[in-house]
Every structure is written in structure tokens, then in C-alpha cells.
Design a protein around this ligand. Sequence first.
Ligand SMILES: Nc1ncnc2c1ncn2[C@@H]1O[C@H](COP(=O)(O)OP(=O)(O)O)[C@@H](O)[C@H]1O
Ligand SMILES: CC(=O)N[C@@H](CCC(=O)OP(=O)(O)O)C(=O)O
Length: 295
Amino acid sequence: MSEQRLELLREALPYIQRFKNKTFVIKMSGKATEDHANLLSLAEELALLHQVGIRICVVHGGGKQLTELAERLGVEQTIINGRRVTDDATLEVAKMVFAGKINTEILAALRHRGVEAVGLSGVDGNIVHAERRPPKEIINQETGERERIDFGHVGDVVGINDRLLRVLLDHDYLPVISSLGADSEGRIFNINADTIAAEVAVRLQAEKLILLSDVDGLYLRPQDPSTKLSRLTVEEAEALLRDGIATGGMIPKLQSIIDLLRRGVRSAHIIHGLTRNALLAEVFTDRGTGTMIVA
Ligand SMILES: Nc1ncnc2c1ncn2[C@@H]1O[C@H](COP(=O)(O)OP(=O)(O)O)[C@@H](O)[C@H]1O
Ligand SMILES: CC(=O)N[C@@H](CCC(=O)OP(=O)(O)O)C(=O)O
């Protein structure tokens, strides 16, 4: 183990006591899982949290990989306000990429780090009960136009069944859930991974939701990391959404976080999924590295 990691662990002792037996939901963006060395490093950090007795549930996306494979297959992609318009062909590719490739790669990395992880999609154990998102009038943030959008096979989460997750967590398994869900007729939906993570966190009465992204937090001036906000309240987060400071993929992220904090989870964190030890630093130090949003 590196000296930096040992130093962190020394500082971590009080936090370890505080968080033992608490549940953290950790969402890994596709961008955080794509590089093998980075994934192995993240898996090591997850293994440490798991070993000190924190109940970890991972939710992952894979938006970048889905876009890349779909386009290679000649399936054109459209993303509006951070959500993908999912036609028949895109859903086929989403099933392969999310529940197949990425989920298995995360499991293999955790296995390498000695963690007994179990791969699931939201379809397993009825974990994510979803309904098809009805066509909606929305303001397209990119064009500023009001449009009626049919997102296709995109689901809205209407319930989480946590029975299987609790069985696994109670037996020290680490569940890894990909961002698909289904309705009671077995129709499968593509669902934003941040949204699933937030809903799972509420259902498991998690202590924290931690989102591993490709930015190290929320910036006041988009694209300008020097304007990163370290800590904000729900009301401040709402204002950022209203003022159009959060755009693209940050919109569903913040919407989910606001909703989650109003429903009992204490804090949500946005951190960089490609910075070594960012996860450990966020959990085990006061400084943290990302943006913490509190109720
Ligand atoms: N105010 C903001 N601060 C930081 N990032 C922002 C902001 N507004 C929009 N973004 C964008 O949100 C992106 C993260 O969302 P998304 O691409 O969905 O990530 P992920 O794949 O991690 O879920 C960033 O890469 C950035 O381009
Ligand atoms: C409906 C919708 O937009 N679903 C997302 C699910 C994957 C995801 O959220 O992946 P990241 O976390 O890697 O961005 C998508 O198709 O991109």
C-alpha cells in the first residue's frame, strides 16, 4: 500500500468508527470505469471501505461506452438534457454494454481486490421498478426551445425493492447494479444511473450517496474547476439548476440529489472518478476533494 494511502488511513480512524455498519451508495460513471488501471485503483478503494465494515452498494452507468458502441454500429444517438433518447436498437446495445461488459469488468476488478461482489441489473430481484417515461414537453437546454420529446425506452423509477440488496449486504457481499430497470410486464428500460443510485440510497436509508464523475464537483462557471463549490445546501443546489448553471448530465445528477436529500439521506458528494484516492479522501477527511451537498 502506498505511503499516501497509509497516511489517509491514520487520519481515517474516527471516521471508520462513525461509518461502521452504515450504508454508502457509490455511483460509478462509465467514464470512471473505462480505464482498466483506474478501475483497479477504484476497486482497491472500495475494498478498503468494505473491509472496515461500511456496507457498500455500487450503481454504475456506461453512457460514454454506449454512445461509442452504438455509433460504431451505425445507431445514431441523441441526448437531451442529460437523458438519452432510447430507440429499439439503442436499448439492445444498452443491455449488452451496461449489464454485460461494464458490470462484468467491475466485478472482475473487485475480485482482484479480494471483494466478493455480485453483479446485478435493476431487473434482477425486481430491484428497480420503472415505468416508461411518457412523452413530455421540455425546454431543451441546448437550444432553449420548448419541445415535445418521446424518450423511447427510458424509464422513470417508481419503486425500489431492497430485499435482495439487504440479503447480500447482510452477508458481506458487495452488490453492483447496472442502470436498467423493468416494469411488472417485464419491459426493460434504460434509466439514468444517477437516478437509480439516488433511489437505491433512499430505500437503503444510506448515510451517503457518492457520485464518481469526470469532474471533481459542481462548478459555478461550467468548465472552470477553480470555481468549484466545496459545500452547498439543497436550496443552493436548486438555485443552480434554476439559473442554468448546471447543464447536460449535471441536470439529472442535481435533480436526483435534491430529491434524495429531501427524503432522508444526509449527504451527497460529487467527486472525480479518475483521481487516485479521491474516494478515500472524501470519506475519511474533513477536506474532501469534491462537492458535498447537504440537506
Ligand atoms: N456547473 C457544472 N459544474 C460541473 N460540471 C458541469 C456543470 N454543468 C454541466 N456540467 C457537465 O456535467 C458533466 C457530468 O455529467 P455527466 O456527463 O452525466 O457525467 P457522468 O457520466 O459522470 O454521470 C461534466 O462533465 C460537465 O461537462
Ligand atoms: C436514460 C439515460 O440517459 N440513461 C443513461 C444510463 C447510463 C448512465 O447514466 O451512464 P453514466 O453514468 O456513465 O453517464 C444513458 O443511456 O447514458
